[in-house]
Design a protein around this ligand. Structure first.
Ligand code: NAD
Length: 458
């Protein structure tokens, strides 16, 4: 139906995205969708998996997920047509999802879900047998990239290339054994230390040579991303570290027709920041400073307690305000604001993070004002629906023939991946419009420009 609509409409200008869309054919979501998760014993992964199993058993709702609960307006406001996204597009079904993953800790999903301490025991116990069946494979891991982890469930091979081949074999075996039709990988592993793009990351051949030579600039997450793209699995990076966002893997994703996106799930304090900052900016209120601090006590917090890992997170969290406020365009309002982000590891809080923001703004004639935000959130409860949406929409993108960087997934990330020469879009509301308009385009519907002028001058 969608294909036919696209074929029939020849009225698009040659440079419009609708015209581009005619090149793509949307395949149906038949068969099973395999979800591959490096870091499958972590808090986000286990909260995500338990949620999906709870839904499959009709004992929980997937709040926060656009793919599950979101609606999309089609056509003019007067037509009052806002169906569920999943009724407009052929999305993969929750019951068709199968899990597979790796972790440095070998605990099965039931044990790790209990250890993560996010969900209540009675809820976890009600899906115990299904959780117990999900057991992490040995991880591709190097302590240099996350020194605070002590798990021993680790693969041993003589070089990184062999490790990548092992991952590829495991993915292909999983696909065959479980009769999987399509695959998406979401990196839910710990934040790796800060790395910059270097020579080995530049081309596919330099990267493969680096794998064979055990190059120290190739991180475990890059090896998983490489294996995923080689197997035709879409890849999303939920952590802020350098991973698929290197020229070699971007090139490989385009060559193999695989969509990729990242990075760093937009939850908690940064979610609040990208809700508030666009409001302050759109009313042209000035900014003197934004101080953000938070406490968290989960394993993620423990890894980030290491300064080398924190540096990766800090870069991701800091970049948001510069892009939203555009100080180069508004030097008087935003040319000189002070921005500080602190993460404090505080074990008693576990996953129940608490974040404080103090925002010093100024208005008419320079008069100062303050905003205080105290967000008592649950990190993994906010991250789990993001993982689901990434799985569902990245699978959709792949079936629509989209490949390479998926900028329309920016809505879900603190540091959105974007094409060369473009700046990242951080404003949550622009990201939301971009996401929904892309969904309309994939569905063969017209994007909405929100001017509303047609109601008055048509
Ligand atoms: N929870 C959130 O709201 C949130 C928001 C943004 C980003 N993130 C990022 O998502 C990731 C997961 O968060 P979390 O709270 O679940 O952390 P977590 O520490 O509970 O889980 C991470 C898991 O990854 C495993 N791991 C590390 N390196 C690995 C490797 N090379 N191979 C396989 N497994 C590996 C660890 O053993 C651990 O079980 C982190 O990088 C975090 O920074 C989380």
């Amino acid at each position: 139906m969608v294909e036919r609509r696209l074929e029939e409409d020849h009225s698009f200008p040659k440079d419009s995205i609708l015209f581009m869309k005619k090149k793509f054919k949307l395949k149906k979501a038949t068969g099973k969708l395999g979800v591959l998760i490096p870091g499958i014993a972590g808090a986000v992964s286990t909260t995500f998996i338990a949620g999906i199993l709870a839904k499959k058993n009709n004992i929980g709702e997937l709040h926060g997920s656009l793919a599950e609960l979101g609606t999309i307006r089609l056509g003019k406001r007067t037509s009052k047509k806002s169906p569920l996204i999943k009724d407009v597009l052929p999305l993969a079904k929750i019951e068709d999802i199968e899990f597979y993953g790796w972790d440095v800790y070998g605990d099965n999903c039931y044990e790790s879900c209990k250890k993560a301490g996010v969900l209540k025991d009675d809820q976890i116990n009600s899906i115990k047998s299904e959780l117990e069946q999900i057991v992490p494979q040995k991880a591709v891991f190097n302590k240099k990239f996350a020194a605070n982890l002590k798990g021993k469930n680790i693969k041993k091979e003589k070089n990184l290339y062999k490790l990548a081949q092992e991952l590829i074999k495991e993915i292909n075996d999983f696909k065959k054994q479980k009769k999987i039709d399509r695959l998406v990988m979401v990196w839910c592993g710990s934040t790796e230390i800060f790395l910059k793009v270097s020579k080995v990351h530049k081309t596919i051949s330099s990267f493969e040579k680096g794998l064979k030579n055990n190059d120290k600039n190739i991180s475990p997450s890059m090896i998983y991303a490489y294996a995923a793209i080689k197997c035709g699995a879409a890849y999303a990076n939920g952590a802020p570290n350098l991973s698929a966002d290197i020229p070699a893997l971007i090139e490989l994703s385009r060559k193999n027709n695989v969509p990729i996106c990242g990075k760093d799930f937009k939850t908690g304090q940064t979610l609040m920041k990208t809700i508030l900052a666009p409001g302050i900016k759109s009313r042209l209120l000035g900014l003197n400073g934004w101080f953000s601090t938070n406490i968290l006590g989960n394993r993620d917090g423990e890894v980030l307690d290491n300064p080398k890992n924190f540096k990766t997170k800090e870069e991701s969290k800091l970049s948001v305000l510069d892009h939203i406020f555009q100080p180069d365009l508004y030097p008087d309002l935003y040319g000189d604001f002070y921005h500080k982000v602190r993460i404090n590891y505080y074990p008693p809080r576990g996953d129940e993070k608490e974040a404080w923001d103090n925002i010093d703004i100024f208005g008419w004639l320079g008069y100062p004002m303050q905003i205080k935000v105290n967000f008592l959130c649950r990190d993994s409860i906010l991250a789990a629906p993001i993982v689901l949406d990434l799985v569902i929409f990245m699978d959709l993108a792949q079936r629509a023939g989209m490949y390479g960087i998926q900028e329309w997934m920016s809505f879900y990330f603190k540091s959105p991946m974007h094409g060369e020469g473009l700046y990242p879009e951080h404003d949550l509301f622009i990201q939301s419009m971009k996401l929904k308009n892309t969904l309309r385009v994939i569905a063969g519907e017209k994007p909405i420009d929100h001017t509303g002028l047609d109601y008055y001058y048509d």
